[in-house]
Ligand binder design. Structure first.
Ligand code: FAD
Length: 386
């Protein structure tokens, strides 16, 4: 553990993160909506406890947690609103992982310590209006002008765009190569002339998380902005990060499922109808038990993938796709059951957290690869060797 985050070992740190989640983040969730974002004092609390650096190695000032440790932490902090997690997810996941795996030593030394300290927010800019699931069809282009790259294009749905200090931006550097090999990754400083960010749109859920359009208009970056100094490796960098991010999303679903199960169980035990708690009725018990069993299966799958990740062999793509698919579909089902168990209370915005959680978790079946994309990846791998 890094000295400035004063914990003797991982278990102590896990306990501190659990306490932050339960005692500070949960009671302040209403402020995310009321204040239209994560208030500064809570953002500071996330930074102070080191959450911006959990996946960054200690040599760059991070906590250097193993993947299993990251996943266990995610189970804890995601029992509070997942909007908190969205604030540092793009930094600890897609952006820093691409720099770690593919960046040059000067890119690592420049960005990673600031990211670990929460002083540099990384945003991941891949998706475009015409390139969603089919990310390799992106049109944003980067062209050489001497030893400068000039970037032009439009990105959408970019999480943390208004907070970003740097955009990990995927752009086509070889117009003749329409495949992934024609795409490169650039670290584009958000303050550069020609970079602009749209207003955060209203979303179905995740209120307080800012997901915006980003435009690049004749943005000039030096050769040093090209990730790894290498053309054509952009989508590879993105996809390595996406495996890490997908597993984190699966663990996020587990954290949210634990929270939903806690709320629906408490309600079932207390709500009296026909002179007894509704939890006495077999149909309600079935909803509770199915939720618990499915959450436990998703949790085990996440831990299994994390252990495989930590062994350092080939990335278990298919298992990660399975974890992301199963956990995101599971938490949606559990949220639906929670509404059912709470009855009218589960439908009224100001009577419980359930309506908000129900809307929030719907996202997990869409981003970091939709459920259909995960199904396609899994099935393709199954059929490949036959
Ligand atoms: C809140 C939010 C935050 C996001 N944050 C980021 C971010 O920070 N950075 C970033 O780059 N992107 C981000 N995204 C983009 C996200 O990754 C995409 O929305 C996602 O990949 C799906 O793309 P799409 O929305 O264009 O849907 P489409 O690709 O248009 O898909 C539409 C439908 O067709 C289905 N479909 C597509 N292809 C296939 C196929 N081959 N087989 C079967 N079905 C298929 C899909 O499953 C879906 O049901 C975010 C999205 C949201 C909603």
């Amino acid at each position: 553990m890094r000295a400035s985050v004063q914990f003797r070992n991982f278990d102590d740190y896990l306990t501190a993160v659990r306490e932050l989640s339960q005692d500070v983040l949960r009671p302040n969730e209403h402020r995310l909506t009321r204040e239209g974002g994560i208030p500064e004092d809570l953002t500071e609390a996330l930074k102070e406890i080191g959450l911006f650096g959990i996946s960054i190695p200690e040599e760059y000032g991070g906590l250097g947690c193993s993947m299993e440790e990251q996943i266990r932490l995610t189970f804890e902090f995601c029992q509070a609103s997942c909007v908190y997690r969205s604030r540092f997810s793009t930094t600890i996941g897609l952006t820093s992982q691409a720099i770690l795996d593919f960046g040059t030593s000067s890119q690592k030394e420049f960005y990673l310590p600031k990211m670990a300290a929460g002083e540099c927010t990384g945003s991941f800019a891949l998706t475009e209006p015409e390139a969603g699931s089919d990310a390799a069809s992106l049109k944003t282009k980067a062209e050489r002008d001497g030893d400068i790259w000039v970037i032009n294009g439009e990105k959408r749905y970019i999480t943390n765009a208004p907070q970003a200090d740097v955009f990990l931006t995927m752009a086509r550097t070889n117009p003749n190569d329409k495949s992934a090999n024609g795409i490169s990754a650039f670290l584009v400083d958000a303050s550069l002339p020609g970079v602009s960010v749209g207003e955060p749109p209203r979303m179905l859920g995740n209120e307080g998380s800012h997901v915006c359009y980003v435009w690049f208009e004749n943005v000039r970056v030096s050769e040093g902005a090209l990730v790894g100094g290498k053309e054509g490796a952009g989508l590879k960098a993105a996809l390595r990060g996406i495996n890490h991010a997908r597993l984190h999303v699966a663990a996020t679903c587990v954290g949210q499922a634990i929270r939903l199960i806690e709320e629906m169980t408490n309600y079932a035990a207390r709500r009296i109808q026909f002179d007894r708690p509704v939890g006495d009725f077999g149909q309600i018990q079935a909803l509770l038990a199915d939720s618990q069993a499915e959450m436990a299966a998703a949790r085990a799958l996440c831990i299994d993938c994390a252990k495989a990740f930590d062994l350092g062999g080939p990335i278990p793509h298919v298992d990660i796709a399975s974890a992301k698919l199963f956990a995101s579909e599971t938490v949606s089902r559990i949220a639906d059951r929670a509404v059912q168990i709470l009855g009218g209370v589960g439908y009224m915005e100001d009577m419980s957290s359930i309506p908000r959680l129900y809307r929030d978790v719907r996202l997990f079946r869409i981003f970091e690869g939709t459920s259909q994309v995960q199904q396609a990846n899994i099935a393709r791998a199954m059929l490949k060797d036959i």
